[in-house]
Every structure is written in C-alpha cells, then in structure tokens.
Design a protein around this ligand. Sequence first.
Ligand SMILES: Cc1ncc(COP(=O)(O)O)c(C=O)c1O
Length: 381
Amino acid sequence: MSAEALARFAKTLNGLQRRARLRSVAMGSGIDFASNDYLGLANSARLKQAITTAIDRGVPVGAGGSRLLRGNHLEHEMLEEEAARFFGAEKVIYFANGYAANAALFSTLPQRDDLIVYDDLIHASAREGIRASKATTSAVPHNEVGAFERAIRSWRELGGKGVPWIGVESLYSMDGDKAPLRELAELAHRNEGFLVVDEAHATGVFGPDGRGLAAELGVKTNILTLHTCGKALGAAGALLGGPKIMVDYLVNRARNFIYSTAPSPLMAAAVREALQILVDESSRRTRLERLTAYAGCQMQSRLAKKPSGSQILPVIVGDSGRAVSIAREMQAEGFDVRAVRPPTVPEGTARLRISITLNVDEEKIEAMFTRLSATLQGNAS
Ligand SMILES: Cc1ncc(COP(=O)(O)O)c(C=O)c1O
C-alpha cells in the first residue's frame, strides 16, 4: 500500500479535525442525557427475561440466512403479527434496523413517475433511500405544509403523472418538535398520494399505548409508519407497517431485505415483549411525561431557552467547536451530554442534544441543568 493511498484519508480526517467535526466512538459514561432509551427498557429485567425464556424454548441466536431462504423463524412472524395488531397496520415487516427499513422503503416503493417530497430535516436513512429512488425528489422547508403542497402542485404542472409520496418524521430526532401530521395526511389524501411517517422517536412515547403520533390519524390505506425498536423499545430492529400489497412488494423488491441475513430471532422475541410492556406498564410513559415537563421548566428557568415539548431537548450553540467543548466539560462533570454537529444538523446549528429518559430522575435533571447553565456562561460566544 503506497503512503499516498492512505494520505487521502488522513487529509480528510485532518480537515474534519480543523473544523471541529471529527467523529469518534466513545463509551457512554456518566449520567445518561444522550441515549434514546426513553423508557429505560434497554437494561430492563423483562427484556432480559424475554431473551432467556426464548433461549430456553430453543430459539436460535442467529437466523442463519435471509428471511427468503432458511432465515425465516416463527419469532419473526409472531412479532410481525403482533405488531400489525398493535399498530393497527394491515401488515408489518420486521427489518434489522431503522436505517435499512427507511433505505428500503424510499428506494423501492416510489416509482419512476412518482414524486417524493420530504422535510428538509428528515433522517439520513430516509435520504439514503431517496437518493437511490428513481422518482423525482424535492426537499421542502421544515414543517411547512404549504411548501409540501406547492412542491406537489408544481410537479403536476410540469407534467408529473405518478403518485406523490410525503416523507416526514413524526417527532424530529434532533429538534424534538412534531410534524403537522393531520394536515400532511389530508394533503396526501387530496393528492391521492402516500404519507410515510418515521415514528422512530415517538414510538413507545406518544399516542395511545405508545403506538406513535400517526396512530391518532386512524388506520388509513395511504399511510405507512416506521417504528424503530432500538429507541424507546430498548431492543433493535424496525417495524414497517402499511398496506399488505406494499409489504409484499418490499419482500419481492427491497434489496436490503432480500439480500441480508434476517435479524436475530432472539431480538424479535425481545421486541415482542417490549410491545407488551408498552401495554402493561403505561406508568413508564406517564413518568417520562413528568420528567420531560420538569426538564422543560428547568431549561426555561436556568437557560432561558424554550423547550421543545418532547423528551428531545436541543440546546443550540451554533459553533461546532464550542458545542464540543461544552459537551466535554459536561462529561468531565459526570453528565453524558453529547454535541451534534453539521452535517448531521444544518450549518451553524451545532447543538447539545439532551434527551430525557427513565435512566434519570428530577434530581439528576436539575443538577445537569445547573451545571449546563454555568458551563454555557463560561463558554459564552
Ligand atoms: C428518525 C430516525 N429514523 C431512523 C433511524 C434509524 O434507526 P436505527 O437506529 O434502528 O437504524 C434513526 C436513528 O437514529 C432516526 O433517528
């Protein structure tokens, strides 16, 4: 290997370092204000027991192949049936993770003649699918229903003949605000299009029994929902729900479903238990709601910043270097607070992404905001 071949990578990494954008993986340590384990299920006795019980009844660790070959297990099928009942979808398909599910959905379902109009802040995994799609694509400003409408109208005026697909997150992962789902569902309906709702951060937290924000729209034949299982559900994978015909189409056409080893059947058993926990232990949701409200008040009073109204509380600091140094100081004080920088978030909006989970309590929240207030003042721009 020539030195020049490796130097190309070093050059890029050095450039990222100079702009305070170098990423590296770091162990979680300190009090959790960074995970998506909103309901504190990842380390729960019930999920662990679900895995142990599944092992005892002979469920294998590995699937052993693609779902379309030898990798399909009863655990996958039981989970999909249970999830379809729970989320009120005609059919559900279980993917290994949300990234793969979003990539599969957007790259496979919208056809060449169609339009994908999506929110500017949509997750990287949806963008991955959108980039690979043969449809016309258009990004519109965050949460502006009028902009979605105009994009569809101008595509039609230019001769667009297919079907419009509206892509949004129900609760935005880096801002913690909600999408205007009802208006978007009406817009999709009026235009004989589809609404795709990524519920990654709402599943388990919002909606009846934690079924997500789209659950409040009722069952519709033109709505697809994606429920990731690695966040509030404390496990891994993603449950994509929608009309049976579309799920069947994905099974036949989605390359990252067809050409990939199925998720561990043990994980499917854990996710099924997590859905049951959502029903049995509604107190987790109520407790999270209380902690979120408490954290919102702390944010308002100690930082004079308006809270998002959800368990995701961004504190925007702007400059990447400043965000990183504040996060480091917080970590040194025992609070696991992380900086999120461009290109994950828009230019000039580097932030601390504070998440509230059942892994903390009021006392820890107050201590964190007290410390953060002092740290922000010490790092004034
Ligand atoms: C909005 C959103 N969609 C999809 C994903 C991907 O899900 P997973 O972590 O299961 O791959 C994430 C994860 O960060 C997310 O925040």
